[in-house]
Design a binder for this molecule. Structure first.
Ligand SMILES: Cc1ncc(COP(=O)(O)O)c(C=O)c1O
Length: 408
């Protein structure tokens, strides 16, 4: 049958307010690069929303994670413990910087188990990268306690969890550095791409602002006749304005970096979306509740549960098969749901310790048994987005019931 319910039906919901914000900017005919308008405003509002001191807007979550690794000086020879189930974007920045990722097994929440994180600490461990999988905050109290005991820094990949909370505190201020994604399929968007790095640490924030724009730009020094910085030779061509030269000042060149900025248009969309985020998250939570009520009574399934004390924002809605109750395997159930019922089935995310891109991985099959069991034999991820209708949710739940009646 043809697809009836898409996995993420329509992605982001953009309305007239976003359209007005964009067209207003286009009409101004001003610079749409960083111009001191929407970008600082978006950062201030996002920081206030999360209850964190600093927010630095960047191009996407992947570069925010890269900057976090750079700020924490993570590099060759450093081990970084990282949850085994996540999108590759969490680990690629570490691999690019030459770190050694050490994968921690997950628990039933699909987030890294604090006990397994601690078990994998060695004298070479420098940091822990945790992921708020599915929009569900990691269990931060034990994780921060372990980190403090071993003097490790904690980076939170909150690509799935803007607006989520843990024990009454919003995600964004719980780890040393937190990284958000505003890709169009995330809980809020900047109109396609976008990211944010948040921290309570003044030094980390200062470095993040610098790293976003090619690294520290240098100091502004007044230009005196016949002298530019160390060059005092008469006749030096100081009327050449390249490389950060100004009429009366020039900027020294001190650090190497890349450009991780977004445009003013993206920030303007992000500001509108931030105001709508709680509404989007409330809708996702209502959908999750509707799914859970329906699935609770269906044989063969076990509900996925968020971290105790967490307010999950359901970026995804996972559900587990009790494999022993089924006559067929999970893959056949997923095939049935997609091909016979028209419910799109995408199963995320492949356990990183078995990835091909990080050889030679010291971690083999059997090293993260919970992640392997869940991902290869039990996990289904049901369609969810803020724009999904109750009818679509009910159709998916009925399809699970059909599968159960056929195969259990
Ligand atoms: C867990 C996780 N981390 C990071 C990212 C990367 O986000 P971005 O696309 O903004 O770089 C994603 C995106 O899908 C993700 O799912």
């Amino acid at each position: 049958v043809e697809l009836k319910v898409r996995e993420k039906p329509r992605g982001a919901i953009l309305g007239q307010e976003e359209i007005d914000a964009v067209t207003g900017l286009l009409r101004e005919q001003e610079s749409l690069s960083y111009a001191g308008r929407n970008i600082p405003g978006f950062e201030k509002e996002f920081a206030a929303y999360c209850g964190v001191k600093h927010a630095v807007v960047v191009a996407n979550a992947t570069v925010a994670l890269y900057m976090a690794a750079q700020i924490l000086r993570l590099g060759r020879g450093d081990e970084v413990i990282i949850g085994d189930i996540t999108f590759k974007a969490t680990v690629c920045p570490l691999l690019i910087r030459g770190c050694t990722p050490v994968y921690a097994d997950v628990d039933e929440t699909m987030n890294a188990s604090p006990a397994d994180i601690e078990r994998r600490i060695t004298p070479r461990t420098k940091a822990i990268f945790v992921i708020d999988m599915n929009g569900n905050p990691a269990d931060m109290d034990p994780i921060m306690e372990i980190a403090a005991r071993h003097t490790l820094k904690v980076v939170v990949d909150a690509a799935h969890s803007p607006g989520a909370a843990y024990k009454g505190r919003k995600v964004g201020a719980l780890g040393d550095i937190t990284c958000f994604s505003f890709h169009s399929l995330k809980n809020m968007t900047c109109g396609g791409e976008g990211g944010m790095l948040t921290t309570n640490d003044d030094t980390f924030a200062r470095e993040a602002y610098d790293l976003r724009t090619m690294g520290f730009l240098g100091t502004r020094e007044p230009r005196v006749p016949n002298r530019i910085g160390p060059y005092t030779k008469p006749g030096f061509p100081f009327n050449d304005h390249s490389d950060g030269g100004f009429d009366h000042y020039f900027t020294t060149l001190e650090e190497v970096g890349l450009n991780f900025r977004i445009t003013d248009i993206q920030a303007a969309i992000g500001r509108v979306q931030l105001k709508k985020l709680d509404g989007f998250n409330a809708r996702r939570t209502a959908i999750a509740r509707r799914y859970s009520e329906a699935i609770r009574g269906i044989k063969g399934f076990r509900l996925w549960k968020p971290t105790p004390g967490a307010a999950c924002v359901y970026h995804l809605y996972p559900v587990y098969l009790n494999a022993a109750e089924w006559k067929v395997d999970r893959n056949e159930v997923a095939r049935y749901l997609q091909e016979e019922c028209g419910v799109e089935m995408i199963i995320r995310f492949f356990p990183l310790h078995l990835s091909r891109f990080a050889p030679p991985s010291r971690q083999k099959v059997g090293e993260c048994p919970v992640a392997e069991r869940i991902f290869f034999t039990e996990l289904l991820q049901l369609p969810i987005s803020a724009s999904m209708t109750d009818e679509e949710v009910d159709y998916v739940a009925q399809s699970l019931k059909r599968a159960s009646e056929k195969y259990c």
